[in-house]
Ligand binder design. Structure first.
Ligand code: PEP
Length: 246
């Protein structure tokens, strides 16, 4: 049985004060029966690393550069993340695809850069509402994942995949467990065709996961935890979601 992972995506939220309260609430309610991580804004990596150092909670970033170093103003390399003890980095979040025009190949290159330094990429895929209504969900998520699979090659089994329907992110509109499971099963099948590790890989669901819908979502055969946005900013909600995962 796959151990579940619940990863918080703080997005561009936080302050020294609120981060300390949030992390203390998460640490204080552990241990958890699943893997737990928080993906924080870059400026807070250092304090997060210090605060979580003696806990079982892991931490990560929300993006990285595909480059190792160089004249790339504003970018942050995976090598830098490693210096802060990052275990995860989110790549291909729909907000990066939408607001920063990140395409499939760039996302794949970022995932490769992460794995090359031992950081696990959480690779986000997901369709927009228009794409779902046009019956394109399967082709969109397969295209997005395919680029990463091909770029990672024999390392593909080391990534975490997150299915995040764009229409469910931050909208309060969650995919039904059946809708989510159907896509997760497609992604698992695609991974099986690519790597012998497919059945051990985690495929997270993200999109308005809350304490009251988490256990039903996490009870689906191919849903191995969640990528949590809004509900990861309130300790009691995030803790409840982690408990629903195991
Ligand atoms: C996300 O941003 O990855 C996300 C899933 O957000 P929310 O939980 O707020 O929908």
């Amino acid at each position: 049985m796959r151990r579940k992972l619940v990863a918080g995506n703080w997005k561009m939220h936080g302050s020294h004060t609120t981060n300390a309260e949030l992390l203390s609430g998460i640490i204080g309610s552990g241990p958890y029966g699943c893997d737990v991580a928080v993906c924080v804004p870059f400026p807070y990596l250092s304090e997060t690393a210090v605060t979580l150092a003696r806990s079982q909670i892991r931490w990560g970033a929300q993006d990285c550069s595909k480059h190792e170093q160089g004249a790339y103003t504003g970018e942050v390399s995976v090598g830098m993340l490693v210096e802060f003890g990052c275990r995860y980095v989110i790549v291909g979040h729909s907000e990066r695809r939408q607001f920063h025009a990140e395409g499939d190949q760039l996302v794949a290159d970022k995932a490769k850069a992460a794995l090359s330094r031992g950081v696990t990429p959480i690779v986000c895929v997901g369709e927009t509402l228009a794409q779902r209504e046009a019956g394109e969900t399967e082709s969109v998520v397969k295209r997005q994942l395919s680029a990463v699979i091909h770029t990672l090659g024999h390392c593909a089994g080391e990534m975490v995949v997150a299915y995040e329907p764009v229409w469910a992110i931050g909208t309060g509109r969650t995919a039904t467990p059946e809708q989510a499971q159907a896509v997760h099963a497609l992604l698992r099948a695609q991974l099986r065709a690519a790597t012998p590790q497919a059945d051990a890989m985690k495929i997270l669901y993200g999109g308005s996961v809350k304490p009251d819908n988490a256990s039903t979502l996490f009870g689906q055969a191919d849903i191995d935890g969640g990528l949590i946005g809004g509900a990861s900013l309130k300790a009691s909600d995030f803790v409840a979601i982690c408990r629903a995962a195991g």
